[in-house]
Design a protein around this ligand. Sequence first.
Ligand SMILES: [Zn+2]
Length: 233
Amino acid sequence: MSGRRAYGIVVLTGAGISRESGLSTFRDPDGIWATVRIEDVATPEAFARDPARVHAFYNARRAQLAAVKPNAAHQALARLEREWPGPVLLVTQNVDDLHDRAGSRPLHMHGELRRARCLACAETMPWTADLSTATPCPACGAAALRPDVVWFGEMPLEMDRIAAALAGCGLFVSIGTSGTVYPAAGFVADAGHARRVELNLEPSAGSASFGEAHHGPATKTVPAFVDQLLLSR
Ligand SMILES: [Zn+2]
């Protein structure tokens, strides 16, 4: 193996990678935010005002996960993590667990549908059932559980670790993201020194910041790109 080529890779994924598994995206004309208002279900204020409604929204999405499976794009990234000789950090904006089930260990910057967090004791835990305002916390007993997802107005997780990986990477790949939601939309600028590649169904809002783009369904573009990368080792 040549040390010269074992540079670090940061991969950012968004809802577009899970679309072909059957999960809805957010900002497309037929996406989730076309039918539900962000401020009704995905902010701390919404949860304070109407926790039952917020729970119902996330319960439905959590239940949906049982009916979907990782696709060829998730599998290809898991293979990249296994076979690339340098460090690979997979950062996902997705709260689904399809990367995890494909064998990856992604950093979930927006949290996870299949985790709950207690507002009384701050414990977080795996969670696959429905949540309600009466569900007791297994750790402290308080009825104070919320989905362990990052809402609008809250700070994404592990930003320091992501910034460090972006600063040191040789390749940044953005997959299936609208390029409109910060801070993730700013990662391409943070990786300005590196090769920057966009894999997306169509050019994203941030397309111009990438030196290279492959447009098409993730299940085609991602495995093809990973194959090329692994051949170039
Ligand atoms: Zn608790």
